[in-house]
Design a protein around this ligand. Structure first.
Ligand SMILES: CC(C)(COP(=O)(O)OP(=O)(O)OC[C@H]1O[C@@H](n2cnc3c(N)ncnc32)[C@H](O)[C@@H]1OP(=O)(O)O)[C@@H](O)C(=O)NCCC(=O)NCCS
Length: 161
């Protein structure tokens, strides 16, 4: 599948949220119930992340966003944040293209966090050269570069490339 990768626009917050919330349905019944919210990402939470300089890149196909991936630099550390592809279009290389695009822009290490139970996401990142960090390192990285609850720290993993 060929699609264009471009930064998302200021008027695309609703489209970003729609993709995130549709794709995040994959977590339902898989990650701990108390970690799944409905919607998974509220408009306010998305706006708060964008205000904290999470830059969303989008994959566009025939005029519509089909996938989004956030990128944020925290304390000089590049992070991949919120990687989601429209459910009907997953498994066609859109996520890989977005991830490769963001990886290519970086010279140093990149971190990504995900739910420990999201085995497919962990495998996706591993196939792109990311390696799971040890538990004590995961906790340190989450406390240093993310703003997450202790519960989310307990239930998350961090991978480094
Ligand atoms: C994880 C996610 C972002 C990956 O995006 P994607 O577009 O589905 O990923 P890709 O299609 O690039 O790769 C997924 C698989 O499809 C395969 N694939 C890639 N291009 C393909 C193509 N043209 N045709 C068929 N399969 C293809 C890849 O080999 C890959 O298989 P692998 O995981 O066994 O290596 C997406 O599946 C998603 O939104 N999942 C739900 C939410 C989620 O878990 N997000 C991660 C948050 S951290």
């Amino acid at each position: 599948m060929t699609s264009d990768i471009r930064p998302c626009c200021d008027d695309e917050h609703a489209a970003i949220a729609t993709i995130i919330n549709a794709a995040a349905e994959k977590y339902r019944g898989v990650i701990p119930a108390d970690c799944f919210h409905d919607p998974y990402m509220s408009d306010d939470a998305l706006a708060a992340d964008i205000a904290k300089d999470v830059v969303f890149w989008g994959s566009e196909d025939t005029g519509a966003l089909v996938g989004v991936m956030g990128f944020q630099i925290v304390k000089n550390q590049p992070l991949i944040r919120h990687a989601y592809v429209r459910p009907t279009l997953q498994g066609r290389g859109i996520g890989s293209a977005l991830l490769s695009f963001l990886i290519e822009k970086q010279k140093g290490p990149i971190l990504v966090g995900t739910w420990a139970d999201a085995s497919w996401a962990i495998g996706f990142y591993q196939r792109h050269g990311f390696v799971l960090t040890a538990r004590d390192e995961t906790v340190r990285l989450l406390r240093t570069f993310w703003t997450v609850s202790e519960r989310q720290i307990e239930t998350s993993v961090v991978l480094r490339r």
